[in-house]
Design a protein around this ligand. Structure first.
Ligand code: HEM
Length: 461
């Protein structure tokens, strides 16, 4: 898709239309465009983008929603005028799950927490985990092969999710915890489904009302917190070996009086919420794109074969620039975070349009990452574009967001995604063999709409 941009924010001088609201579809009475945003919101956004330009708005029930595709306006929302665009009530649903953790809090509370937690996510600590990501993925894939044989038709989304879970449980608790991982994953999934459903409803009934959905949500939230507590107790009793776990670091902060018990739980849940599906989706979409790009897989393997090996047989990560470019390109075309939402708390202006207080503003990776003013042949999967030393607007590419609220787990997420993807490609050929292209189901993240079937065939060493 290469949209025409009759109303591109770049093309229009700011003052000519100043103070007119962004254009957009009228939608139905009462419902607005709610129905169109339910099933395939990314396609609805693309249609509006083509018709109305880089900044458009629609109504979802009573809520005014502004979608922004132009990198300069995105930079104003996320960085330069961020005091006007906050994580407000749009995040209330996720707050039900993760309380006031790092991803859901705002203002001074967020600033203080970010300062406390930033050292846990340093680039050095992430790099120290690389050989360990490599070994875990290798062990898990060996097990998988023992169960499924040398060749199988596989739902790679399920495989990616299982692999990522295993890593996350070790990262947070230092435990293999297969059973609890399944229980907590199901509870998280159930809670998320209901929370996302609530956010789509015109009127969400208060949580205390005993509707079937509310009761399911309450049960799922209780299960999540119980599993987190059980895992924490087991991990403390086991004092696991390996790199320092997130639990150990958070417990250190609690013991120093910097976090209370509830905040510790909130942060573990936040990492669960923020750090598992994002990596699993990067892996899923990566495998799906690579299944159709054998030349990219070949180039990856050549680079991998030439890289010196270190601790636990892991290749040196700084010797793998092409692998980095491949993951970057996967995150461009299939950014798990396909929109970033903010609540506008003060009237403002973007691209010459008035943005009214009370609007929800969506900065869209799905659109900006394929913006024809910023990307050549945007729909093409072409990792080499990330090897070119070409200046690019900072918000033409923002899979981890930008500004002070950039993903705190970025270094770790990138290294983990790269390690899992490479380890898989080292062990298996991944082929489509006529299986259909997956459809998208963009919710909180860019999920596939059902299983992603591909064929895996073990490679001889
Ligand atoms: C490829 C993997 C990942 C992607 C694409 C990703 C993407 C993002 C994005 C877009 C945000 C900003 C959300 C917003 O402002 O609304 C974010 C925030 C965050 N991410 Fe990640 N993430 C990834 C991996 C991880 C991992 C592995 C962890 C931790 C274990 C993590 C923890 C967080 C946290 C705690 C925040 C909130 C930061 C703050 O507001 O200060 N992420 N992530």
């Amino acid at each position: 898709m290469t949209p025409a941009h009759p109303h591109s924010a770049r093309a229009r001088p700011r003052d000519d239309v100043a103070r007119t609201p962004p254009p957009g579809p009228r939608g139905l009475p009462v419902l607005g465009s709610t129905l169109e945003t339910r099933r395939a919101p990314h396609r609805f956004f693309e249609r509006c983008w083509r018709e109305y330009g880089d900044i458009f708005q629609f109504r979802a029930g009573h809520q005014r929603v502004v979608v922004v595709a132009d990198p300069e306006s995105i930079a104003r929302v996320l960085i330069r005028e961020r005091a006007r665009y906050v994580k407000g009530s749009t995040y209330d649903g996720l707050r039900l799950i993760a309380g006031d953790g790092l991803a859901t809090s705002d203002g001074d509370r967020w600033r203080a927490r970010r300062r406390q937690l930033q050292p846990l996510f340093s680039r050095e600590l992430a790099a120290a985990r690389w050989p360990w990501f490599w070994r875990l993925a290798g062990d898990e894939l060996e097990r998988w092969r023992a169960r499924h044989g040398d060749e199988a038709r596989v739902d790679v989304h399920a495989l990616a999710t299982a692999l990522t879970h295993r890593v996350l449980m070790e990262l947070l608790f230092g435990l293999e915890a297969a059973r609890e991982a399944q229980v907590s994953a199901r509870a998280l999934e159930a809670a998320l489904e209901i929370v996302l459903l609530r956010s789509n409803q015109l009127v969400a009934l208060p949580l205390w009302m005993p509707t079937p959905a509310n009761l399911r949500l309450r049960r799922a939230l209780a299960t999540l917190r119980r599993v987190i507590d059980e895992l924490s107790s087991r991990a403390r009793a086991a004092s696991p070996a390996g790199p320092p776990t997130m639990l150990r670091e958070l417990t250190r902060l609690r013991d120093a009086g910097e976090l209370d018990a509830r905040a510790l739980q909130d942060e573990l849940l936040t990492m669960f919420l923020a750090g598992y599906e994002t990596v699993a989706l990067t892996l899923t979409w990566g495998l799906s794109l690579l299944a159709d790009a054998p030349e990219v897989t070949r180039a990856l393997r050549v680079e991998l074969a030439g890289a010196p090996r270190g601790d636990r047989g892991a290749p040196a990560p700084d010797q793998l620039p092409y692998a980095r470019a491949v993951v970057d390109e996967v995150l461009r075309l299939r950014s798990p975070a396909w929109i970033i939402a903010r609540d506008c708390v003060e009237d403002g202006e973007l691209g010459g349009h008035q943005i009214a207080r009370g609007s929800v503003v969506l900065c869209s990776q799905w659109l900006a990452h394929r913006h024809p003013d910023h990307w050549r042949d945007p729909e093409r999967f072409d990792p080499a574009r990330f090897l070119e030393p070409r200046p690019r607007h900072e918000c033409a590419y923002f899979p981890f967001s930008r500004g002070p609220r950039t993903c705190v787990g970025k270094s770790m997420g990138l290294l983990e995604s790269r390690a899992l993807l490479l380890r898989l490609l080292e062990s298996f050929d991944v082929e489509r063999r006529g299986e259909p292209q997956p459809e998208f189901r963009p919710l909180n993240n860019l999920r596939p709409d059902g299983p992603v079937w591909l064929w895996l065939r073990a490679r001889r060493a």
